[in-house]
Design a protein around this ligand. Sequence first.
Ligand code: M6R
Length: 604
Amino acid sequence: MCGISGIVDSEPIGTRLFTSIRNLEYRGYDSCGIATLHEGQINARKNTGGVDEVNSTEQLDQLPGTIGIAHTRWATHGGVTQENAHPHLSMRNEFAIAHNGIIANYQRLREQLIQQGFEFRSLTDSEVISNLLENAFYEEQDLEQALQSTLKKLEGTFGLVMISLHDPERIYAAKQESPLMVGLGEGTNYVGSDINAFLEHTRRAWVLEDGEYAVLDRERVIIRKFPSGKMVQKQVLQIEWDLETTKKGGYSHYMIKEIFDEPQTIRQVLKVPDEQIQKLAETLTGATQTYLIGVGTTFYVAQLGQYFFSILASRFFPVVSSDEFRAVGQVQPGNTVLAVSQSGETYDTKHALAMAKERGAQTAGIVNVMGSTIARMVDQVIMQGSGPEICVVSTKAALAQALILLRMALLAGGKNIPEKRRNALNQSLLDFPDLIQQVLNEKSGFVRNLANATSHVDHWLYLGCGAYYPVAMESALKMKEVTYCHAEGMPAGFLKHGTLSMVEPRVHSLLFVPPPEDAVLHGRTMVAMEEIRTRGGTVMGFYFEGDEVARPLLNHSVKLPPTDPVLAPVLQMIVAQLFAYYVALDLNRNIDKPRNLAKSVTVG
Ligand code: M6R
């Protein structure tokens, strides 16, 4: 987590540096700061709060100078205080660093530095880096050497940017496990945690690998390995993302804007070539064992994929939360592990994949962010092409992943699916963008009213059967993260095995009701609905047109237009996103940046 950036130019960079951390704010937003070099000294301003809030008191964007670094923080070591905010200056104010990651051995390093007479201002692990640099510089009298010997001492993970009085024309940056990219400009160069740090200035980037450091001046960037110092040649990554998709475009929040992007997201998914998806489908079905992994939303998306593979291809692939994969995944050569990840940087997912690789398995990914670690580390990758997703809460990216898995399962099922059925599902997929547009246009006002009527509810049960079960789980997560209300997802059939004791009028249940033609699942969902109603619980439901069984039993409901039964749960997932958004809006939550969260969870 945390977003870091740096710019070196011949023109003042205060505003651009400020914008860069505003664009990275989804990576962490409890405090932020900027340090620039100007007239022989390092000027640093930082404080607690979001980027705009800090700017209003500290005028970060007014810092003078043509070279500088910036940071937006998601706290790990040391509380949310001004002292603990980055950048951190060395004791003599000769070095400033901004760091993303965790320095595992910081306590030992800190004690050693204290014994050597260094003083510390913060409680962070990161501050040791600036003091190590200063110490090393006094011993080596060479900045690059000082960086190298400092990096040698660090254990843990880092994306790191540094400026120093001893080399006022250059930014130094290094990477070990935390993401870092260089943006290549004309007479100016950029560095940042991801593309969004510099997307408005350049679309040409170099992606740093673990064990590499970069030295940037206005005209050129040199990349070397550490500790060897060997120079590295890089391929330019051409960034194709549309800048407009990073803007709110008149919407009040990125979340609602990104939900309304969804018809376009689906069109992008439909453009992913069949051959690419088919190839991965063959890898999955040809493996001796295939695991699907993800965490948070992507875990539920992977679960949804599990149902698609079962329904369409008669294949069962275990799904494991990435953070638990080490504990249970018995991976061997011949197995395949498919990871789903929007950011491509999630620590738990990266480490699960690394284990799979170590043990000789094939790895694959469905990833959104170009040049991300997971996109580069796996043997096969499908880039989902959803464009930047800025809201911390995943909506359009999750939808794209679900539909790619659906297409993959459909291709894996191939000729075993009757032709008529295959054609019908393919046609529904082609119609899906327009259907979603229609639902967003016609139902969002209604969903908003429903949200206003129920925003006082503190406890929700989200229930679904079959593929509606992962949708219920994902929708409950969405509700929790953006509204802070308690929402518990579970299979509808699970309710009577314990949780039913919670049911009373104040506890609301949201049922994901399949279309009546999906008779078995529909019937099982009705049973759960009756169990709740009999005990005085309040029942809300998303149901499909023509369902005269469910409609009269629901206290609140959203009626949806028909679609293919395989797509029906996906349509309900979108409606649940809308519902969570409007409840959060009514509760005046920090929708795009919910408390305590960060979009890219790069720590374990
Ligand atoms: O970037 P990833 O898709 O790997 O992230 C995984 C989770 O951290 C992420 O889905 C998280 O649960 C989101 N906040 C969901 O809205």
